[in-house]
Structure formats: C-alpha cells, structure tokens
Write a protein that binds this ligand. Sequence first.
Ligand SMILES: [Fe+2]
Length: 159
Amino acid sequence: MERRNFLKAATWGIAAVAAAKGVFAADKYFPVKVDPQLFENINRVKDPMNETPLEKSHAPFITAPEAVKAGESFTVEVSVGRVLHPMGQAHWIEFIELNVGNEPAGRVDFQSMGFLSPKAMFTVVLAKEAAPEGRLTLIVHQRCNLHGYWESTKDISVA
Ligand SMILES: [Fe+2]
C-alpha cells in the first residue's frame, strides 16, 4: 500500500471510530428516544375540542379570573397539563414560566428528583398601564425534557 493510500485509509478509520463513539455517547446521554420535531418549535394544542394525550399532559393548564381590577392582586395557577405530567429522573418538567403580555413575570424551576408536582401559583398585580385597551394575554411556557417546549395562553380583561 502506498503511503498516501495508507494515510487516507487511516484517516477514514479514525473518523469512523470517532463517529461510532459519538453515537454511543449520545445514546448514553439521551437513553430515551425522543421525537426531535417536538424540540423544533413551540408546541400548542392544535384542536381544543379534541386534545391528544400528549397535549393533555403537556399544554400548560391556566386557571385565572376572566376579569381583574388594576392594582388588586389575583392568582394565576398553572399545572402541566390538564392531566398532570409525571415527575421522575428520566422524564420531568424543567420549568414553568409566566409572561404578562410581552413581559416576563416569573418562573419556577423543577429538579428531576420527583419531589414536586409540576404546578405553580403566581400572585399578580397589574397596573392600569399594563393593559391600556383593557385586555391582556397571560402566556405560560413549560419545558419537558422529553417532549419539548409548550405554550398556553389566557386572555383576561383589566378594569
Ligand atoms: Fe413529557
């Protein structure tokens, strides 16, 4: 074998071993198969009248008053999801975050040990200027380690 061909073959061999090790490392680091499409976009319920099992257990379920008064506190409760999502070392909810309109309002982070249920309660006070047209959208995000980033919204009126 010519020296040039030997070096070429050796380089391909090293590349093949590195690629194989990479695959094994990925399998070890992510032992559970995931649907990569769930991680490409923000996931939302597609048809509220016909939620899929995945949507039922991942779309944040928001409980908040339909109408609130500026300057008075109210409670926004969030659970993931309508059917409570499991919490364990292989599959858990990483965080829940609340946005008031376009403004980030707060966030709760969860560990994977399963001590907590994926629920959060936020006490909110809105200034009149926060909703100049008398309406506002609460936007909640959550992230599941296996099923990606999810969003739900709820419109409220502010007097
Ligand atoms: Fe999940």
